[in-house]
Design a protein around this ligand. Structure first.
Ligand SMILES: [Fe+2]
Length: 305
């Protein structure tokens, strides 16, 4: 007889090199956020596994991964990590080598199979050996999700063909994101192709938006995790503290999840303005936001956007 399998999900940890100010001091100190989350997580009973859904490093640099790996080794259970658009394929692959840190494609836990999708795969190119690698440049940093043909076919094969009773997908970019900024019709179409042939998929655990929420895609729940750097409540138009999610995977194929936020004076739930809302609603780009912030430099731009 199988019992409930309990997972903690962290996402968008965005670790920086020691001493670096996140976004010039306008974002949370992600190492401080990690300490607060770790302390809260220590009070959760019976965590069997921790999953981290991408944007591990803020710019995919080796020292950022060293700090991330040292932090993840302190988590209370084995850790499985998948990449986000702020990660880089070479440094990401080299980062998690200790026995408790894994970058699997698929794992099994009783009647559940966990599939770890790479939502950056569609923007990567094959090297001489056929392995997907990042194209040159920094374009990956603000990219939407893209599975591409190879990853879509792989997901269809493993999620439909696995002999587990239930499948759950962990992925950085949420399918059919409920935040216009992050909603990409082509990417959602790729997931529709996967969902259509994979009836065992019971849900998705994602990150990327930095706006924790739960919604439904193709009849399955999508759980979006809080981030460690810049976390928001779109309905209330406020910043949110950093946080994480817990999940209960039951043998009957049901899954429930809860958001945990680590409220603290360091990250008050202050209001954000029209400019940030315009970014989330897809009305302006990251570059346009950066230009607006630069113009307002010196007037506490984080509070005014
Ligand atoms: Fe992120």
């Amino acid at each position: 007889m199988y019992g409930t399998f309990r997972v903690a999900q962290l996402s968008d940890t965005h670790f920086l090199e020691a001493g670096n100010d996140p976004e010039g001091g306008h974002s949370y100190d992600t190492s401080e956020a990690f300490e607060a989350v770790l302390a809260d997580l220590g009070r959760q009973p019976d965590i069997d596994l921790v999953v981290v859904t991408g944007d591990i490093a803020d710019h995919g640099r080796p020292e950022q991964y060293e700090i991330a790996a040292a932090a993840f080794e302190r988590l209370p259970a084995p850790v499985c990590v998948c990449p986000g658009n702020h990660d880089r394929d070479r440094t990401f692959r080299a980062a998690f080598v200790s026995p408790e840190l894994h970058t699997p494609r698929i794992t099994q836990h009783g009647p559940w199979a966990f599939v770890f999708a790479d939502s950056n795969a569609g923007a990567m190119t094959p090297d001489d050996t056929g392995r997907l690698v990042d194209p040159p440049g920094e374009e990956r940093l603000h990219r939407n999700g893209s599975l591409g043909e190879q990853e879509t076919a792989w997901l269809q094969a493993v999620a439909a063909g696995h002999d587990a009773d239930h499948v759950f997908v962990w992925v950085h970019h949420p399918p059919d994101a409920n935040v216009p900024m992050a909603n990409d019709a082509a990417y959602t179409g790729e997931w529709e192709q996967v969902a259509a042939v994979c009836p065992k998929i019971r849900g998705f655990g994602a990150g990327h938006t930095h706006i924790p929420s739960t919604y439904t895609f193709e009849g399955r729940p999508v759980f979006v995790s809080p981030a460690f750097k810049n976390n928001f409540d779109l309905e209330a138009s406020t910043w949110l503290p950093p946080g994480y999610r817990t999940y209960d995977f039951r043998p009957d194929g049901t899954v429930t999840s809860e958001v945990h936020l680590v409220d603290d004076d360091r990250w008050p739930r202050r209001s954000f303005g029209r400019t940030l809302r315009s970014l989330f609603m897809g009305e302006i780009s990251f570059n346009e936001l950066a230009e607006i912030v630069a113009r307002r430099a010196g007037d506490d731009p984080a509070a005014s956007v």
